[in-house]
Design a protein around this ligand. Structure first.
Ligand code: RIB
Length: 293
């Protein structure tokens, strides 16, 4: 069975510089190589899900500038359906990224065209309703995320929300989410205090917490609690590792795999991604995920 995944989310062009260390506020550091890579949490997760074996459609927006073409081409090259990718006037989304020698990064996003995605068209809603899994993040206006999740809930599509970048969310939106994917920092912002996955179960019925090189933890309202280790790897750039995890998890979930197996698969995808530089450029194929397991 092919997993049908719809991503409603952001697309950015990532402007990436490597540096020996990340700058502190007010500091200038001399960096190394500069690269441009298609990114954005939404587009990355769409590419990740497609490479993991899903049949993926992307609902998003790029600008009318020269940065739009590589983003559109990159999605299409991964096999993602870009019929619902709008071109809007003005600049595309851009992310300024610095990566240090420990594979850590700093990211600032200028939303650009992503800010124009304030709602869904009838065709967008039909795409959500026809999918097994909807995948959203928080780099587009909240109205669009809420509309997508409500559409999914009404249609019986599983709504997965990767609540990144971190922010507080209205209870009404959270009430339409089936599975929340957060890191520790995002969980703390949502809960208002340092939180374990089970601490968020008053907000949503299922929670996955990504723990970087330590793997992931899971809790749901049926009482299931899981801790899954990630394969040990030598990380060079952790950019998009969370996107690799979430895209692969969406595919495994849509395929109906047991939760523990889906989490191990997602952890393997994140681990492989961290061994390579860049965002969409580092997302693994299904064969690479399986080899890592
Ligand atoms: O999750 C990584 C992504 O965050 C980058 O590709 C960047 O565009 C930002 O959206």
């Amino acid at each position: 069975m092919t997993a049908r995944v719809v991503v409603v989310g952001s697309a950015n062009l990532d402007l990436v510089v490597t540096a020996p260390a990340l700058p502190r506020p007010g500091e200038t550091v001399l960096g190394g190589e500069f690269t441009t890579v298609p990114g954005g949490k939404g587009a990355n997760q769409a590419v990740a899900a497609a490479r993991a074996g899903g049949e993926v459609a992307f609902v998003g927006a790029v600008g009318g500038d020269d940065f739009a073409r590589p983003q559109r081409d990159n999605l299409a090259a991964a096999g993602v359906d870009v019929t619902r990718l709008r071109t809007v006037p003005g600049p595309s989304g851009v992310a300024l990224i610095a990566v240090d020698r420990h594979a850590e990064n700093l990211i600032v996003v200028a939303p650009g065209a992503n800010a124009a995605l304030t709602g869904l068209s009838a065709e967008d809603r039909a795409a959500v309703a026809g999918a097994d899994v909807l995948l959203c993040q928080l780099e587009i206006p909240l109205e669009a995320v809420a509309e997508a999740a409500a559409t999914a809930r009404a249609a019986g599509t599983v709504a997965v929300l990767n609540a990144a970048p971190a922010r507080r969310l209205p209870a009404e939106l959270l009430s339409t989410v089936d599975l929340l994917v957060v890191n520790e920092g995002e969980a703390e912002v949502l809960a208002g205090h340092p939180a374990q996955p089970a601490d968020l179960l008053d907000l949503v019925p299922r929670v996955v917490m990504t723990l970087g090189a330590r793997g992931a933890a899971y809790a749901d309202r049926d009482g299931l609690r899981l801790d899954v280790a990630a394969p040990a790897v030598e990380a060079v750039d952790t950019t998009a590792a969370g996107d690799a995890f979430t895209g692969a998890l969406a595919v495994a979930w849509a395929e109906g795999r047991p939760v523990g197996e889906a989490l191990r698969w997602a952890c393997a995808a994140g681990a492989v991604c961290a061994t390579r530089p860049g965002a969409s450029s580092s997302l693994p194929t299904r064969a690479e995920i399986e080899a890592a397991l």
